[in-house]
Design a protein around this ligand. Sequence first.
Ligand SMILES: [Zn+2]
Length: 288
Amino acid sequence: MSAKPFASQADVQEKKTSFIKLSENAYAYTAEGDPNSGVIIGDDSVMVIDTTATPIMAQSLIAHIREITDLPIKYVTLTHYHAVRVLGASAYFKEGAQQIIASRGTYELIVERGEQDMKSEIDRFPRLFAGVESVPGLTWPTLVFEREMTLFMGKLEVNIMHVGMGHTKGDTIVWIPSQKVLFSGDLVEYQAAAYTGDAQLEEWSQTLEVLRAMGAQKLVPGRGPALLNPDQVNEGLYYTRDFVTTLLKSAKEAVAAGHDLKAAMAHVRSFMDAKFGHVFIYEQHQEE
Ligand SMILES: [Zn+2]
């Protein structure tokens, strides 16, 4: 069995990327279950939300932006600290980037675990790190907020918020209040497994309810297709809540029953596989 590669290392098929307009100012860059990015084109500048995994991979997103505008890509916002979302950041300096924005919790996770997470993600997901030699090192935020900050990109108001923990303790969302467009990062996934290696499972479903109350018209999840109307947004929120609560409930049952790790895994999978066995990256996460 030792010759069997990790599913993710054997996962070499390229994903097709899509760049779609969500509202007057918002765009989604999605990749068939690979990590998504978001773009906001304001009156005087551009924001990229999650950078892609490497500066080389970021060139494709930059090319899409440059088909629409020559404005400087002044802001890079990190929804959380995972390498696959942040290590492309240096590509945007040539495009005018002045600030890399992150929450206090994300900054702390980069300090605590950034180096370790970078190594482990690059080893586990080689396909997701095309041109990894172009990564200059960890991505450090230049602007760190505690709970919430508001940015005016010309007249366009953009809210950058930590509304609760879930996928990590530093989860950050970006919200355009006038257009009700939400960029959730990995707090919301759709048709893809939620990675829970850094998760705050007890808080995650409450945080999803905070997002639901915002009443988004459109939502860009961390993975999976963009959600393009309120029904789809709700479906994505329910999907993620189901994933998180099924996992937590069955794991608690296994602990209460005194199962060892192997038996606990089997118990959890007996509930999770039927619902989620078919979704993107589910098997990869099981093997971590
Ligand atoms: Zn993540």
